[in-house]
Design a protein around this ligand. Sequence first.
Ligand SMILES: [Zn+2]
Length: 112
Amino acid sequence: MHEYSIVQSMLDLCEKHSKGQEVAKVAVKIGKMSGIEPHFLKESFEVFKEGTVCQDATMDMQIIEITIECQKCKKVAVVDSFNFYCPYCQGGDTKVLTGQEMHIDYIELKEV
Ligand SMILES: [Zn+2]
């Protein structure tokens, strides 16, 4: 499963950033178009965090909407499906601005 390898690399990153300190919270941003199932990601995190610096950490997920920019009228719109037509001028020449990303927003370390 795709989500497992993502969690694995997330934990690696946490390990690196925390320099061995325990992590209290991992905040991630998940674009609606990233292909990641937030539910699975969380589940995988719960399984794989055991024995790592994140073992007591909670995961905070923020879902990023899909926004597109119309190349014709230059308007930016939020779309909820994979409908990338400009809602203003119906133009099909749009550029996806957000929604494809998946990254760690920040890591909160445990107070010592
Ligand atoms: Zn437009």
